[in-house]
Design a protein around this ligand. Sequence first.
Ligand code: WT7
Length: 644
Amino acid sequence: MQVGEGFLQERYIPMQHFNELHRGSIENLEEFWAEQAKVLDWFKTWDKVLDDSKAPFFRWFVGGELNASYNALDKHIKAGRRNRAAIIWESESGETRTLTYYELYREVNRFASVLKNLGVNKGDRIVIYMPLIPEVVIAMLASARIGAIHSVVFSGFSAEALATRINDAKAKVVITADYLYRRGKALNIKEIVDKALLETPSVESVVVLKRGENGIKMVEGRDYYWHNLLEGAEKYVEPVHVKSNHPLFILYTSGTTGKPKGIVHSTGGYLVYVAKTMEWAWKIRNDDLFWNTADVGWITGHSYLVYGPLTLGLTVMMYEGALNYPKPDRPWEIIEKHGVTIFYTAPTAIRMLMRYGDEWVKKHDLSSLRLLGTVGEPINPRAWKWYYEVVGGRRCPIIDTWWQTETGGYMIYPSAGIQLPPLKPGSTTFPGLGVDADVFRQDGSQAGPNERGLLVIKKPWPGMLLGIWGNDERYIRTYWKRFSRPEEGVWIYYPADYAMKDEDGYFWVFGRADEVLNVSGHRLGTAEIEHALVLHPAVAEAAVIGRPDEVKGEVPVAFVILKEGYIPNERLKLELISYVRETLSPIAAPAEVFFVNKLPKTRSGKIMRRVLKAISTDKSLGDLSTLEDEASVDEIKAALEGFK
Ligand code: WT7
């Protein structure tokens, strides 16, 4: 199916223009990116566009110097855009705050001074654990201004998850708030920080933004209120000139082991990449109001709520609450009220909103919208159609963007800013400029048209990760071992996604090829959830798999072997579910727990998730020749009876 009525004429323009630009960008990679890098203000120009001498540790714009906060703020102030809105924020209860570029600039400077006074130096790590409020952006840019490295931890994560990340990054300062407001309730998140800090020796101080009226516990000599610290702050802090490859931030994401990976992004390459992909994907205009519903705790928030839009001097909409609270028309109400022109969200949110029915959308005038977007997981044709017809009124192309925490920015997406291709629901269309993507067979040969294989990126790009914090070996093993041929100087990036190119060259991405789940667009390692489960005193062994879910895309399902003396019952099941919720994150909580006496394993002891998956979805079991103990399959089947 191809859809394009509202933008029919674009359907018939041959894609020649884009294809030529694309070919040129890949063939002359360095020249191409050198030209794009002009989107930034550099204090010092680079000597070398791409240094591949230490591949796969590729380094972009080597020798260049810049500052991210200067590019997001000072640059616009100097260009006469000081009174332009940078952030329009709305709370769940409907309270609105607008920060102009000048206001944001002032706040960032003052907070940069606060960080300096707390002893934060260039290269030090600060962890930000906050709700989705403008102060997160202030903290991030203040960190960048003094050359510190921020690591934002999603405020839905537990104390344990927060502590793990603080310790891995050895953060000196934690920035948080007293309360987070969600679904009409106030949650004291400072309490979570206090719990995390019981085992984080690196942390010297905590900055707390006061939002609520009810007092919270403050630790003398460690905790300070944001507003109190501002009292002694300077009004201007010189932006530190950092090297292009100085880390701007670390963002933790799930991998195939229980330990999250600290993805490190650069300053120069990353900023060039997010600013340019923002332009190319959205055909950015001066009067745009870009609403990205992602939380800043994920890469989507970093790249396209903060760094991309602000580097370009755009206005972003930021909304703190749940999309269906207090009523299911919350997003449509916000779009109408503020005149949002681009709405960017995840398929899981679209499916959730679709369930409430069209009336909720139709109550509102959504004529300000000109583009819609999705990210995080494949979108199913039904949701695509609803989004296109009901939300976009058949006028707004859907920009489906494939990328990852590691890629920094969009990789495979319709480049509406260059030439919009005819859209096919569920396909993310074509690799963007400067991106050399392909689909390989398991053996590394190229897959043919319509043949399912593994997605690969064959050339480096400026937005790519610098590495995994403190773990070079894991970086090489995870992303470069699968298909690279170092002896021939061939480096192939492996994203671990199944994909296909169809007969027209359109890319279709199907989902993870590793043991990582995608729950509501959030990445979760099955190993992380298993690790959380076995910490419970009743659990001897656990295996977690993903089960398809109509709204969330995928939900975790756990198979648990209990320790001697524990009796499997409903109460224990619920207890284990809430245990994961509390010790890891609500997103990670299993939708179902099955008690079993054995798990299907290979002879080498590896859990055969494929078998668990097939059983839980009733599919054919495939080849079981490597299975250690056939009995366990029947047993798991028996355990599943009664749940279907
Ligand atoms: C994984 C990356 C990057 C933003 C949010 C998630 C899946 C992402 C799409 C899409 C199909 C997608 C992939 C990818 N994914 N976007 N448009 N179509 N799948 O970032 O947490 O790093 O997860 O999300 O499986 O590998 P992330």
